[in-house]
Design a protein around this ligand. Structure first.
Ligand SMILES: Nc1nc2c(ncn2[C@@H]2O[C@H](COP(=O)(O)OP(=O)(O)OP(=O)(O)O)[C@@H](O)[C@H]2O)c(=O)[nH]1
Ligand SMILES: C=C(OP(=O)(O)O)C(=O)O
Length: 210
């Protein structure tokens, strides 16, 4: 089943606002995290492609250089709208909707997630209230509705579509960075295992050494 990942990327100048001053150079962090996520996605053999939806020139260039299809997002009206632009741009039979702020993403965990055959698979965030990824087949089986409280919302939308969603916790997808606490959790996680998140590790280490 042809499966592509769809990765929405907000303009780096506007990214990660909830971090506040926990990491002042938020554009650099956003850029490093996106590139690390792309590395992980392209290392997952069961993914047949990656679609990056963005108005960010740096993300567009890096994504294209890595072999992703780039879809322009001039409106920047939110993650869900951006993801739908990506869905409209692909003829894949299945899509994996992932955010660009989970730099520790493990290709092996992506492979395990793609082994699920259910029409709707929801990957919850570490709090169990948000959604860190959706696996949808067909891609329009339900309409994504990311944002606060999206885990329950996506569960309901799946049921309204006549589907009993599977829930698949994925450790490295649960390390998304939105708040200062998330950044601390990522730092702890990265200190406990080697490999992955190459650019993000370097940036965090550089910030600590400064
Ligand atoms: N293309 C596009 N991507 C978006 C948009 N809004 C959010 N995203 C992406 O969707 C994913 C999850 O978004 P958020 O966690 O809300 O990221 P964020 O908007 O940078 O964080 P905050 O500023 O704290 O809300 C990230 O990969 C974002 O880059 C948008 O309007 N357009
Ligand atoms: C997008 C979501 O949350 P966040 O903006 O915190 O990543 C979500 O959980 O659907």
């Amino acid at each position: 089943m042809r499966t592509v990942a769809i990765l929405p990327v907000k303009s780096f100048s506007r990214a990660k606002s909830r971090l506040g001053q926990a990491f002042p150079d938020r554009p650099a962090l956003a850029a490093a995290m996106v590139a690390d996520v792309l590395d992980a996605l392209f290392a997952a053999p069961s993914l047949d492609g990656v679609v990056v939806v963005t108005a960010e020139p740096v993300a567009s260039r890096v994504a294209a250089e890595m072999g992703a299809e780039v879809v322009h997002d001039p409106a920047e009206t939110g993650q869900s709208d951006a993801v739908l632009r990506g869905v409209d741009a692909t003829d894949a039979e299945r899509v994996l909707l992932v955010p660009g702020d989970c730099p520790a993403l493990d290709p092996a965990e992506v492979e395990a997630l793609l082994a699920h055959a259910a029409p709707v698979v929801i990957v919850p965030d570490r709090h169990g209230t948000g959604t860190n990824a959706l696996l949808l087949s067909p891609p329009r089986v339900m309409t994504p509705a990311f944002g606060e409280g999206s885990f329950e919302r996506h569960s309901r939308l799946a049921r309204e579509a006549g589907i009993d969603p599977e829930v698949a916790p994925v450790r490295t997808l649960g390390l998304d960075v939105d708040t200062p606490d998330d950044l601390d959790a990522l730092r702890r996680a990265l200190s406990s295992f080697a490999g992955g998140a190459v650019r993000t590790r370097a940036l965090l280490d550089e910030a600590l050494a400064a």
